[in-house]
Ligand binder design. Structure first.
Ligand SMILES: Cc1cc2nc3c(=O)[nH]c(=O)nc-3n(C[C@H](O)[C@H](O)[C@H](O)COP(=O)(O)O)c2cc1C
Length: 320
């Protein structure tokens, strides 16, 4: 248990890695407002052809992490030697916790299979995991789908994960082929918990506090990872913990939402170069706020071309 990025007395609620969205500014917003127990980088591409293995900007972002909330660096790549060298680079940059992406349905690189595609080659995956384990001093985990095209494949993968002494497994119970269609099958999550000694973290479609708490009670998972549900409502962390109400009325929802977007805008104006880019990144996030009552108002917000217009439309939502 000593190798885990959370303390033994916690049921960790983690913020999921989401490429293009969970940059350091967004992670810091979450850390300051709702304190996830663990946060993840967006996937970090391991370059097979460059000896640097990892882009300079990504290493700088890892170095800059300065918080009591542990940061897990998620690698996506292939080739045992390149991944092991990448692991060394990120550890030299101060990271203690590594994760391998075994789920991304769009992860294939020109140089070979990565992400979810690796599930098609279990033998290669085994070698790769053993090499990554040897190169990692701190915790090593995977974030995995249930299989490439067959959800039962997970039961063939468990011995590979156990043999390489993974510290924990994050399961998004859809197949790679399924992408985001259908529903996450958490009955399968419960079955996986029964059949492995590894701590399992449940991920997928946890969009309401009751869903999160039910999963914790019924499946025996060690913790939860929140993705799109947290982007739509950062307070979901506190709601699952029982530290904020499960549901709020429309006025409170508008207040929480506008505070969230306004705070992020401030952070994005510092992080990104110029108003246009900051607004563009923020609009990417707005696509993940599916609020039926506010759809028209959010649509107008997305069409704002200046920060001044954006802020006045945000104020209109708050004062509705
Ligand atoms: C826009 C977007 C980007 C994502 N990027 C990553 C990523 O970089 N690494 C990863 O492991 N999963 C990534 N995912 C998958 C999520 O981490 C998560 O597994 C998935 O969305 C299911 O959880 P949710 O229903 O809580 O969102 C991404 C998902 C979305 C929607």
């Amino acid at each position: 248990m000593q190798n885990l990025p959370w303390s033994a007395d916690r049921t960790p609620l983690m913020l999921a890695p989401m490429q293009g969205l969970t940059n350091d500014a967004l992670r810091n917003y979450f850390i300051q407002t709702v304190a996830p127990d663990v946060v993840f980088t967006e996937f970090v591409r391991v370059q097979t052809q460059s000896r640097k293995r990892i882009a300079k900007a990504e290493l700088a972002e890892i170095r800059a992490h300065d918080s009591h909330v542990p940061l897990v660096v998620q690698l996506i790549g292939h080739t045992a030697s390149a991944l092991a060298e990448a692991a060394q680079r990120v550890q030299e940059a101060g990271c203690q916790h590594l994760n391998l992406n075994l789920g991304c349905p769009y992860g294939r690189m020109a140089t070979g299979a990565t992400g979810g595609e690796l599930l098609r080659e279990p033998d290669k995956l085994g070698e790769l995991m053993i090499s990554l384990r040897k190169a990692t001093d701190g915790s090593l985990s995977v974030k995995c789908r249930t299989g490439y095209d067959d959800p039962q494949q997970i039961f063939q993968l468990l011995p590979i994960f156990e043999e390489c002494r993974l510290d924990y497994l994050i399961l998004h119970p859809r197949t790679v082929e399924q992408k985001y269609a259908g529903e996450a099958d958490h009955q399968l999550t419960a079955e996986v918990v029964k059949r492995t000694s590894l701590p399992v973290i449940a991920n997928g479609d946890i969009n309401a506090a009751a869903t999160g708490r039910r999963l914790l009670q019924e499946t025996g998972v060690a913790g939860l990872m929140l993705g799109r549900g947290a982007l739509a409502d950062p307070w979901l962390f506190q709601r699952i913990r029982g530290l904020a109400p499960d549901q709020v009325d429309a006025a409170q929802r508008r207040k929480e939402l506008t505070n969230y977007v306004a705070a992020l805008l401030e952070l994005y104006l510092v992080k990104f170069c110029g108003e246009r880019q900051a607004l563009m990144k923020l609009k990417d996030l707005l696509n993940f706020i599916p609020d039926p009552e506010l759809q028209r108002a959010l649509g107008k917000l997305k069409r704002a071309n200046t920060v001044a217009t954006f802020l006045s439309r945000l104020a209109a939502i708050r004062g509705k």
